[in-house]
Design a protein around this ligand. Sequence first.
Ligand SMILES: *Cc1c(COP(=O)(O)O)cnc(C)c1O
Length: 460
Amino acid sequence: MSEVSEQQVMRDGPPEPRVGHAPERSEALFARARAVTPGGVNSPVRAFRSVGGSPRFIERASGAYLTDADGNDLIDYIGSWGPMILGHNHPDVRAAITDALAGGTSFGAPGWREVDLAELIVRVTGVGKVRFVNSGTEATMSALRLARGFTGRDYIVKFRGNYHGHADGLLVEAGSGLITNADGLGASAPSSAGVPQAYAQLTLVSEYNDADALDELMRERGHEIAAIIFEPVIGNAGVIVPTPAFLAALHRAREGGTLLIADEVMTGFRLARNGATERLGLHPDLICWGKIIGGGLPVGAYGGRADVMDFVSPQGPVYQAGTLSGNPLAMAAGLATLRALDADPDVYTRLDAYTSRLADGLRAAADATGVPVTVQHIGSMLTVFFLDAATLPHGEVRSYADAANADTAAFARWFQALLARGVYWAPSQFESIFVSAAHGDAELERTLEAARAAFAEVKA
Ligand SMILES: *Cc1c(COP(=O)(O)O)cnc(C)c1O
């Protein structure tokens, strides 16, 4: 296949998506998986617990589409939970991985791709130095150890409903899969069995978008607090955007020497080239990345002020290591992805435009059928909350407590109705969906047509 026609397929996906095959193979695979893996999945939200039914097992993906084990072509709004901003199986990313593969898969010694990717990240984000790890979880865990080592303080602050991966100290009032899979909302600290209470107590929890609460906490305990970690836009309780007053309080909190850690694992290179930091004008001391910077392979990273980063081993006393860190295939995929974004100055404008049109279309469809929803979006992130904004204190979802009012049963019906029509939405009310650069007019039209029918089913 020539380069041109391949790009065409990328953009358009299958000429006429096939849907409506009964998910028999997916169900059979799920039965086998459940016998050998807890819950049949390797990450909880994939199990469809909160929406019911059997998860689709995916055979392959291209552009904006996934193809499941039964041959259904699904318009994908998960994008592997964020990494696939260029769309699936992008020719540049595949070529870069293939090129790296020819030279061997892992060296346990440094290579040029790590230097290239670090230079690119330093140039685009303005951080002093960066260290690669293998997941977002490792990035936040390591950044917090670094903040503790640098400040000599033990406590950290996080916000209710924010998710920063599954490290012990961060599974406290966490969002996403924990909310979705909990028996009810309002998880209490710690939000997972196996996290010692004594360790969880070093994590102080404050309310997102509550500037006064944060100011007060910092007045009382600021001198003990190594770092504040936050999602600069929440994706892991559904899309929630920070207020300017809250952002100001976060930056005030640095005055007593507490480090501000922006967890851009989801938002980095998604909301803008330099993520939420650029889009919202943030000044964090450290930033965590993951997802997009690996282009679909397992990569995380943390970076920031050079004086802080020089505390990391072997330069400094804070130990952090990884057998596969800087893996050549993963670096190649990340480099190709970030270079493709770099080479396309309009990409964020196009992503925003698609997502705005999607939001408008979804609101119109919900209104037309009389289903109350609150659609929140920024950049290429979007959530349809099944709740009436008029019932919320600020007329929009600003916190985990607001999100918790959503009608999850209505969401589950809507989700299943979309899936039956070939639209693969995130299988939880408390998640963002992700638009990719491969989503075009045809996908938007098909999605809105399916959404109209799905809202009608919810109403019926
Ligand atoms: C996904 C995510 C993480 C965890 O990353 P993993 O690669 O799944 O370990 C951390 N923080 C945020 C904000 C995320 O969205």
